[in-house]
Ligand binder design. Structure first.
Ligand code: SAH
Length: 210
């Protein structure tokens, strides 16, 4: 496949997502802008624009595009908003969010050092100004808080860690898969002055948070 083939496959993917989800045009145009084939290993590049998760090494996976679109919409962010991601992986999801919020506004933590280093190089080469930190997301970017929104791309055991929720400002959004009694649910938390609102967005499957 050459660049034109990849671009055509990406357009087909965006059209399929438009029919299937009620995702915003802002998110769909971000999906349409990010070259997913540049983020996945050579061996699965031919499937880069299929709507499914793909292996990225170290036993980890990049989410299916519809899941990236859905989570990006749930973040409810706009240009200039600052976003914290836990689980950079290959950097694809961070690039999609960066297309929405603009350069310098995405801060992403990845605990596997090789993935963090590769994602940092890749994002840089592709022109995305995303700050990648190697290490546990519970400890990253305390000095960059508060954020307008945060999300996890790995499933939190039992509950979203307080360390992540605390990095988000009042009325901000936290989108995360959470394991509950052996099943994962996608939740959105909104910290308010008087507590935390919680919405359930259905069953999901993510790699576990470590
Ligand atoms: N958003 C990624 C998805 C990667 S899969 C992408 O677009 O490719 C989830 C990632 O979360 C894995 O790379 C895993 O190593 C990472 N992870 C798991 N627990 C973590 C933790 N405590 N802190 C930071 N990253 C974590």
């Amino acid at each position: 496949m050459n660049d034109a083939d990849h671009a055509a496959a990406r357009r087909d993917l965006v059209n399929a997502l438009r029919d299937r989800l009620d995702a915003s045009e802002r998110t769909l145009s971000a999906i349409g802008a990010v070259p997913r084939h540049e983020f996945v290993p050579e061996s699965v590049r031919g499937s880069a624009y299929a709507d499914r998760p793909l292996p990225i090494g170290h036993g980890q996976t990049v989410s299916a595009p519809h899941m990236v679109a859905m989570m990006t919409d749930l973040l409810d962010v706009e240009r200039g908003d600052r976003v914290f991601e836990v689980g950079t992986g290959c950097g694809y999801h961070a690039a999609v969010v960066a297309e929405v919020v603009g350069p310098g506004n995405v801060f992403s933590a990845e605990r596997v050092p090789d993935l963090a280093a590769a994602a940092r190089d890749r994002l840089d080469r592709l022109g995305y100004e995303v700050t990648v930190s190697a290490g546990d997301g519970r400890e990253a970017f305390a000095d960059a808080a508060p954020f307008d929104a945060a999300y996890l791309t790995c499933a939190a055991p039992e509950a979203v860690p307080d360390a992540v929720v605390d990095r988000v400002q009042t009325d901000g959004r936290v989108v995360a898969p959470v394991s509950e009694r052996g099943r994962q649910r996608l939740v959105r938390l909104t910290p308010r002055e008087d507590g935390i609102d919680r919405e359930d967005h259905g069953g999901v499957r993510f790699v576990p948070m470590r």
